[in-house]
Design a protein around this ligand. Structure first.
Ligand code: ATP
Length: 252
């Protein structure tokens, strides 16, 4: 469903993403992992069509994100890591506004708004201004806005940040139901237990390069890691700090 071929992104002379390939099959949850500054957000923003690649080709369901952005975006719900919400709209108005961007309105949208607000337990705040929402409530509203036009693909940057345990569980269930109905999810996360539990396939990016990609089993084979956990694999592939170094820092 999502194909990324030879994607490179430079900021000036700095290569943030370096000739990467990704394939996210339809009907699956794909985890995109990597240390801070590895290039995850840059990659996801390019896939979502809000930043242009320096080089490479990205397609969503066969539609090229650069050459055919409207068709690609219609398929997509994007949940950014630092979402923008209009503070002076109510929750319902914000969802109506996003639906209108996809040329959707009327009774179907109103029903959908009520369903989404109900699922995320935001109904009591439906007609309150977004400026009065807590961080978690905003996150729930953003997730609702990504689902309002019934996308085929969800691209999500750090979905669990700011959600309480109940909402985090709800989101996991929503993603699972979404893929069970043929949807596709690409998500970046630092929560390795979430990735291990939820994702059929995983890619690990470091300094702009993919260092491993596949199922957990394939990752273990690629790294000759026996029955290692994803945390062990991640640290092995990305070089976590050695305990000796940590102790030296603490002992000063
Ligand atoms: P994190 O886990 O910390 O969110 P990330 O994997 O999402 O990191 P990116 O935000 O994609 O990383 O950044 C990748 C690299 O590109 C970093 O070195 C960052 O400093 C750099 N970078 C990102 N955006 C810009 C920009 N607009 N201009 C210059 N450099 C940038």
């Amino acid at each position: 469903m999502i194909r990324v071929e030879g994607l490179t992104k430079r900021y000036g002379n700095f290569v943030a993403v370096d000739n990467i390939d990704l394939h996210v099959p339809k009907g699956s949850i794909f985890g995109f992992l990597g240390p801070n500054g590895a290039g995850k957000t840059t990659t996801l923003r390019i896939i979502a069509g809000i930043m242009r690649p320096t080089k490479g080709r990205i397609t969503l369901g066969g539609d090229d994100v650069v050459d055919n952005p409207m068709a690609a975006k219609r398929r997509l719900g994007f949940i950014p890591d630092r979402p923008f919400v209009y503070e002076k709209l109510t929750g319902a108005e914000f969802l109506r506004f996003v639906a209108a961007l996809y040329q959707q309105d009327g009774e179907i949208v109103e029903r959908r708004i009520d369903e989404l607000l109900d699922v995320f337990e935001l109904t009591p705040w439906k007609n309150e201004l977004v400026e009065s929402y807590s961080h978690g409530m905003r996150q729930k509203l953003i997730i609702s806005s990504a689902l309002i036009h019934r996308p085929e693909v969800i691209v999500v940057d750090e979905p669990m940040v700011g959600l309480d345990p109940k909402a985090a569980r709800l989101l996991k269930d929503i993603f699972r139901q979404f893929v069970d109905r043929g949807g596709t999810v690409l998500m970046s996360t630092h929560t390795l237990e979430v990735a291990e539990a939820m994702c059929e396939r995983i890619a690990i990016i470091q300094q702009g390069k993919i260092v491993a990609q596949g199922t957990m089993e394939e990752l273990r084979q690629q790294t000759a890691a026996g029955d290692a956990s994803l945390e062990d694999l991640f640290l092995k592939l990305t070089g976590g700090p050695v305990m000796r170094e940590l102790v030296a820092v603490l002992d000063g």
